[in-house]
Design a protein around this ligand. Structure first.
Ligand code: IMP
Length: 425
């Protein structure tokens, strides 16, 4: 099955970058298909740490084609600075392709994100303030600039003349600084020249790779619970990380998506606001946060921590066709008291789905199965058989509660701490 979607099956930050990095070593093409630099992950190998936000995890292998597809929102300044950092770390030989149809994240999108969050006050979403929501808003309002517009003076002139008066009105309504046509025109032109060599019609490229039967990884950012369609709306991001969105966001047919791997942490985390039934606002939550270094890669915010919740995973499985799981950060749970949330109680009834309204989701009470902890250090195990019995039971319980096989698990940050039980690429 050469075309695999990787997606977070919780609220993001599941360790997708590590799995992509591992699988990317076997891939020909790695594709980011939604979101922008609100995502972020750290990849560790050969003793070096690399932070990726916009760039696909295949960037370290010169033979891999890395694609930013049309469904993305791209902050060009951030992209250029990410590339410069990677180059300064020795990543000099790479293949990068940017869709001419991806949206350009403009400076005013960042201003508007911050302003709308402060007006929302207590009702704020808790966004990363990277301008993601305002950029997608403009896309669907047909007020966006696309990457291709940066390369063509006439197209750029036309778009800016159309869009800027409206955007300036909006900025002024928040009391924010407005932009002149000239400053944005020259900024966009300079971006265009700097990225010109990477820009192409990535739908054509991806379909050619499909023809060649290339091994392709589609790297979802965020997680299903942050999906604009199927997440805990409105506490979500503005795109869909599900496998269903791959086709539209890449310009390929849906039947070319062969398989979906759901990435989960061995526990649950979320950043930003919104309901979180298995959250642990106590010593256990604090212990996991410190052991797992659970602070946002993009915003450095402390992440909220909870027990593993298989209602969430089963929801992600249903809406996006997950067929296997990869369980990350298992080592963090060593010596931690353990439970798994397997269902919710809502107004006296046991339910095993995510209610659609926040009001109901806030009222659910988690129902737990108690698990025995293990105390042995697992950070050097190389196989399932080497795990302590209670750890094996924990993984088996996840398989039982989700009816999904675990294809991989991870016991440390380094690339070689990923244990593969089933080869998916
Ligand atoms: P936005 O994507 O910046 O608009 O933020 C919307 C929500 O998604 C907020 O709760 C963010 O914290 C969350 N979010 C966005 N990107 C990520 C991510 O990569 N990991 C975890 N949460 C994210």
């Amino acid at each position: 099955m050469p075309r695999l979607v990787l997606e977070g099956a919780q609220w993001g930050d599941e360790g997708k970058g590590k799995v992509t990095d591992y699988l990317a070593q076997k891939a020909d093409v790695v594709v980011r298909f939604q979101g922008g630099n609100n995502a972020g992950h750290t990849i560790v190998f050969n003793g070096h740490k690399y932070a990726l936000k916009l760039i696909p995890s295949g960037i370290f292998s010169p033979h891999i084609k890395n694609v930013l597809a049309n469904g993305m929102v791209i902050n060009v300044e951030a992209l250029l600075s990410e590339l410069a950092t990677l180059e300064s770390q020795g990543v000099k030989s790479y293949q990068l392709f940017i869709s001419n149809r991806a949206q350009v994240l403009m400076p005013y999108h960042i201003d508007l994100d911050g302003a709308s969050e402060s007006v929302l006050g207590d009702h704020k979403i808790g966004t990363t303030k990277k301008g993601i929501g305002p950029c997608y808003q403009d896309k669907y309002a047909r007020l966006g600039l696309r990457i291709g517009d940066l390369l063509d003076e006439e197209a750029l002139k036309d778009r800016l003349e159309t869009v800027l008066p409206l955007k300036n009105k909006e900025l002024a309504s928040y009391g924010l600084k407005t932009y002149t046509y000239d400053e944005l025109f020259s900024l966009c032109r300079s971006w265009g020249e700097k990225i010109r060599k990477f820009v192409t019609d990535t739908s054509i490229l991806l379909n050619e790779e499909i023809e060649k039967d290339s091994k392709m990884l589609f790297e979802g950012a965020q997680g299903v619970m942050l999906c604009i369609e199927h997440g805990t709306y409105p506490y979500v991001t503005s795109s869909s990380p599900t496998a269903s969105s791959v086709a539209l966001n890449c310009g390929i047919a849906p039947f070319y998506v062969d398989n979906v791997l759901g990435i989960i942490k061995a526990y649950t985390t979320r950043v930003g606001e919104g309901p979180f039934p298995s959250e642990q606002l106590n010593d256990i939550g604090n212990l996991i946060r410190e052991k797992g270094h659970e602070y946002g890669t993009v915003t450095k915010r402390p992440r909220r921590i909870g027990y593993l919740d298989t209602v969430v995973i089963n929801h992600a499985k249903r809406v996006s066709g997950i067929r296997h799981l990869s369980v990350m950060l298992l080592d963090v749970l060593t010596s931690v008291p353990l439970k798994i949330c397997y269902a919710y109680e809502l107004d006296g009834k046991v339910i095993n789905y995510i209610p659609s309204t926040l009001a109901e989701y806030k009222r659910v009470k988690p129902l737990y199965v108690e698990m025995e902890s293990w105390t042995e250090d697992i950070s050097n195990v190389k196989s399932f058989d080497e795990l302590p019995e209670n750890c094996k039971k924990y993984l088996k319980k996840i398989e039982e509660l989700t009816s999904l096989p675990i294809a991989m698990f991870s016991v440390g940050a380094d690339r070689n701490k990923t244990i593969v039980l089933e080869d998916l690429l």
